[in-house]
Structures are given as structure tokens and as C-alpha cells.
Design a protein around this ligand. Structure first.
Ligand SMILES: Nc1ncnc2c1ncn2[C@@H]1O[C@H](COP(=O)(O)OP(=O)(O)OP(=O)(O)O)[C@@H](O)[C@H]1O
Ligand SMILES: [Mg+2]
Length: 309
């Protein structure tokens, strides 16, 4: 039985169908990628799955139990947590206090005396800078992402949704994030990640779903989906021709006024549709030598019953 099962999930906003009859499963223990062009409905789908908004139609099952339309706080208690495309901390609380809120009211409630300990452990786990007493409102974008992740993990989830977690990170930060996400998965948390950074998706994800205009246009093993002409066209437009040379494709992209995002994706596709050129995020020996030592490899302590309720 899959950990997460979507069947015909649909979300309409008035006349706009943001998510249109989407069906797929996510297995326990995998890192699952959800991709698609801007406005494809990825965040809306995550909102439907995490209880932020109720689907207009369709069903969502967690561990075989119907969780369709349950509110976020109930989903959190069932072991579902998420980060946001734009992090939403309590700006007038410190980073530490922000995490204690999640540890206090999140899923597996911990004893009061261990809330502080759990919060510090989670900040350390995500390698948050040592200034945990800093007001969240003064943190930069990268720090906010890590704080958001610490908050999401503080509730001891078994299923974690990440919405564009890697947006804006440098190449070096991407290497660190890839290692961190693998560690989270290895510690027992299933991850569903919405992401535009294709190198990260291709490096981490076992399976991929691709949305376009709310509809699922491809689903399956990441390497297979990456070669799907519908996926390439969704990102790059009709002018993209598989047989063209790299220079020709780049020229077509420029001439057809595709967006900056498409150009970025084009470069990523160029890297990962050609296995000989595929750029791996695994650190090279030179990067390993430069890398700062890991502060500590804490366990997430996510052991919980396999049934959701
Ligand atoms: N609350 C809302 N009310 C009305 N329309 C909405 C609402 N939320 C999202 N939409 C619309 O639904 C569509 C899908 O939006 P969504 O944010 O889910 O896309 P996305 O795939 O996450 O895009 P991006 O990659 O830019 O984050 C868009 O057309 C958007 O304008
Ligand atoms: Mg989005």
C-alpha cells in the first residue's frame, strides 16, 4: 500500500481549474518530485494534500485512510508537514521560539521539558546558523528556508512536502541541501518536493509527476519522464526540437522569446537529458575537501506507528 494515494484530485477557483483530476501514488521512503511550469497547479495540489485547502473533487488517502479535506492541524497530527514557497515564520519570535511553536503544537507532541531540546536539535539538524536567538523577521532568504524546514521537522512528520525549497540557492548550497534531504529521507521521512531546480530533482527523486495547466501530463521514473517530449514541450515550447544541436536549441529559445525560467530549465534539461553530460550533485573530492565539517548527525526521532490514526 502506498503512503499517499491521490485519486482524481481536482481544485477549482471559480471558473479556473487549478488542479484537474490528478491521480498518482507516493511510496513510503521515496523522494518524489512534482514539477511543471509556473502556474501549473503544483502549490495548489500541495495545499490540497496538506490540508491548507479542500479539494473540489477527488480523494486523498494517507496510509490507506481517507484524509480528503482534513484541516492542516489534523494532517499535521497524522504526520504530514510542509515548508512554504515563501516561508511564513512568526517574525517577532526568535528562530528558536519559532521552532518551539511547531514542537509544542505539531504532530507528535513532546513533553514540555523536551520541547526546547527538540527545537535546538532540529535547528542543528538543518545546520541553521548558531544565532538561534535572532528574530525571524531579520533572517535572510536562505536562513528562512532552513528555519522553515526545522519547523516542519519539529512535528516529527512521516511525510514532508517541500515547495520550492531550493529556489535561489547557490550551487554550493544545493550540494549541502541535497545531502540534507537525503539524510531526512534516510531517517524515515518520505519527501514530496515541488521544485524548478532540475539538477536537484534529477539527482534526488525516484519518481516524478509533471503538471501542466493542472493536468498530469507525465508520471514515472525520473529518467524516463525527463525524456518525455510532452514534458520538454511543456517547459520549452513548440520550437524545441529534440534533434537540434545544443547551439540550435539555445538559439531557438532566444528567438522564440521563452521565459528566463524556460532558459534555466533548458540548461538543466541539456544537462540531464544527456547521460554523458549529466551533472550530478554528488560532491567532488575537491568540494568535499572544501566542505565545512557536519556539526552533528542527529536522528529525527520519527519512529511512530505505521497507521495514521
Ligand atoms: N487562492 C486562489 N484563488 C484563485 N486562483 C488561484 C488561487 N491559488 C492559485 N490560483 C491559481 O491557480 C493556478 C495554479 O497556481 P499555483 O500557485 O498552484 O501554481 P504553481 O504550479 O505552484 O506555480 P509556481 O511554479 O509559479 O509556483 C494559477 O493560475 C493561480 O493563479
Ligand atoms: Mg507554486
Amino acid at each position: 500500500m502506498a503512503l499517499l494515494e491521490l485519486s482524481g484530485v481536482t481544485k477549482r477557483f471559480g471558473g479556473l481549474t487549478a488542479v484537474d483530476n490528478v491521480t498518482f501514488n507516493v511510496e513510503a521512503g521515496e523522494i518524489f518530485g512534482l514539477i511543471g511550469p509556473n502556474g501549473a497547479g503544483k502549490s495548489t495540489l500541495l495545499n490540497c494534500l496538506a490540508g491548507l485547502t479542500r479539494p473540489t473533487a477527488g480523494t486523498v488517502k494517507l496510509d490507506g485512510h481517507d484524509t480528503t479535506g482534513l484541516p492542516a492541524e489534523q494532517m499535521c497530527r497524522l504526520g504530514v508537514s510542509r515548508t512554504f514557497q515563501i516561508p511564513r515564520p512568526f517574525p517577532r519570535l526568535t528562530a528558536f521560539e519559532n521552532v518551539t511553536v511547531a514542537a509544542t503544537f505539531g504532530g507528535n507532541r513532546v513533553h514540555r521539558e523536551s520541547i526546547a531540546q527538540r527545537s535546538l536539535e532540529m535547528l542543528e539538524y538543518v545546520e541553521f546558523p548558531r544565532a538561534v536567538g535572532t528574530m525571524a523577521g531579520t533572517l535572510n532568504a536562505v536562513q528562512l528556508k532552513r528555519l522553515d524546514l526545522a519547523r516542519a521537522l519539529a512535528s516529527k512528520p512521516k511525510l514532508l512536502f517541500l515547495d520550492e525549497f531550493a529556489a535561489g540557492l547557490t550551487a554550493t548550497e544545493l550540494v549541502d541541501i541535497a545531502k540534507l534531504l537525503r539524510r531526512i529521507r534516510d531517517d524515515g521521512v518520505t519527501i514530496v518536493m515541488v521544485e524548478h531546480v532540475m539538477r536537484l530533482i534529477m539527482d534526488l527523486c525516484d519518481n516524478l509527476s509533471v503538471l501542466q495547466y493542472g493536468q498530469l501530463i507525465a508520471h514515472g521514473k525520473a529518467a524516463t519522464v525527463a525524456q518525455d517530449p510532452r514534458v520538454l514541450e511543456a517547459y520549452l515550447g513548440h520550437n524545441y526540437i529534440l534533434s537540434a544541436t545544443t547551439a540550435e536549441r539555445r538559439s531557438r529559445c532566444c528567438n522564440s522569446r521563452v521565459s528566463l525560467q524556460a532558459m534555466t530549465c533548458f540548461r538543466s534539461f541539456g544537462a540531464w537529458t544527456s547521460t554523458s553530460k549529466r551533472a550530478s550533485l554528488s560532491p567532488s573530492s575537491a568540494q568535499m575537501a572544501r566542505a565545512k565539517p557536519q556539526p552533528c548527525a542527529r536522528s529525527l526521532g520519527t519512529s511512530r506507528p505505521s497507521t495514521a490514526r
